[in-house]
Write a protein of this length. Structure first.
Length: 372
């Protein structure tokens, strides 16, 4: 194998694939990236056995072939090479090494047999549809902050994608929850998605997918079965195993009897929460909202730091009440509200609260209160 490629092009592609590779690997080949040179194309592949990324970029190929190289080491080498340089990559089967050259720099990296490199492909993915990149970005950005990191509840460690016929219109819905907050976002159901099963896309796949979206074209092709999902971009394909578990019946935790409505300027509210929470304790991040007709008082108290209060004008005409929330959770939700106002639909200090964007009904958030 022999090829030459411009550094920036190689660095961008390596940046995508090497992030899949775990820093600590008990299986040596999983620390490597597959490098394949074919007619005018360099194909890079990395996998951790649950997730794989294949990316193709244009290159000047002198000799076709395949080799493996340590992913993070190769990425660090290319990252440190001078801007604008051409990188020559060559493999030598006899020595079992991959040579990387640029200018006067030369690196010889230990390769492993290409036959040992695993694939997670194979099998039919019967459901196929196309999503606009902006729609997929919105589904991810407005839900992923609520993905659970608690490994014992593994079925919450991802985004639940499924179709729904709610409100009379068919939709593709994304849901994430960690037991303390829930995010539910939907877009119009794309053609071909009607028969898709409900699937849980793992947190790591969501993170890698989000990186690829910003650098993709306007559309993403999605293929899935009950066990795997694939996202195809212009020059990259991400394939992931799905979480083998049952997502809970999240509709049961969305309250239907909340009757107290508070509308507040989202930017002013978010900024006030951020300021007042400076005083709250690092562990609980608790903040109290005292809601009354026309006014909201935010407060936080810490035995060590003191107290903080701030008042805001709001639209509210129900009975006064006090309710506590984790300030970090409030900020996570409000930063994903695009409209000018956030709407809080409350019940009582011990019951879940619904948060919505008054200008966009495609997203709904549920937040559990806390004692303060």
């Amino acid at each position: 194998m022999k090829l030459t490629i411009e550094r920036a092009t190689l660095l961008k592609a390596l940046g995508h694939v090497q992030s899949v590779v775990e820093r600590r690997n008990t299986i040596p080949i999983l620390a490597h990236v597959m490098i394949e040179a074919r007619d005018g194309v360099l194909a890079l592949t990395a996998t951790d056995m649950d997730l794989s990324i294949d990316e193709r970029v244009a290159a000047d190929v002198g000799q076709t072939g395949r080799a493996t190289a340590p992913a993070h080491t190769l990425y660090d080498i290319v990252r440190k090479l001078p801007d604008g340089s051409d990188v020559a990559i060559e493999s030598d089967a006899a020595s079992g090494r991959v040579t990387v050259r640029a200018g006067r720099s030369r690196f010889a990296l230990q390769a492993l047999p290409v036959e040992d490199f695993p694939t997670i492909g194979g099998g039919e993915l019967p459901i196929r549809f196309v999503l606009a990149a902006g729609e997929l970005r919105g589904l991810i950005d407005r839900t992923r902050f609520a993905i659970s990191t608690e490994e014992t509840r593994y079925y919450l460690n991802g985004i639940y994608l499924h179709t729904t016929g709610g409100n009379g219109a068919r939709a593709l819905r994304a849901v994430a929850t960690d037991g303390h907050r829930l995010a539910r976002v939907e877009v119009a159901m794309p053609e071909g998605a009607a028969e898709m099963p409900g699937v849980i896309v793992p947190r790591k796949a969501v993170q890698e997918l989000r990186k690829l979206i910003d650098e993709s074209a306007d559309r993403v092709e999605v293929e899935l079965s009950e066990t795997r999902i694939r996202f195809a971009f212009d020059n990259a394909v991400l394939t992931s195993k799905l979480i083998d578990g049952t997502f809970p019946d999240y509709e049961r935790v969305i309250p239907s009897n909340n009757d107290k409505v508070m509308d507040v300027d989202c930017h002013a509210f978010s900024a006030a929460v951020d300021r007042v929470s400076t005083i709250s304790t690092e562990k609980s991040r608790a903040i109290k909202l005292a809601v009354g007709p026309g006014s909201l008082t935010l407060s936080a108290t810490s035995p060590d730091a003191g107290t903080a209060t701030e008042e805001l004008e709001i639209s509210y005409d129900s009975q006064a009440m006090e309710i506590g929330f984790n300030s970090r959770y409030l900020l996570d939700i409000t930063q994903h509200i695009g409209g000018a106002e956030a709407r809080f639909v409350l019940s009582d200090p011990a019951s879940p609260t619904i948060v919505r964007d008054t200008a966009d009904d495609s997203a709904l958030y549920v937040l559990m209160p806390m004692r303060v």
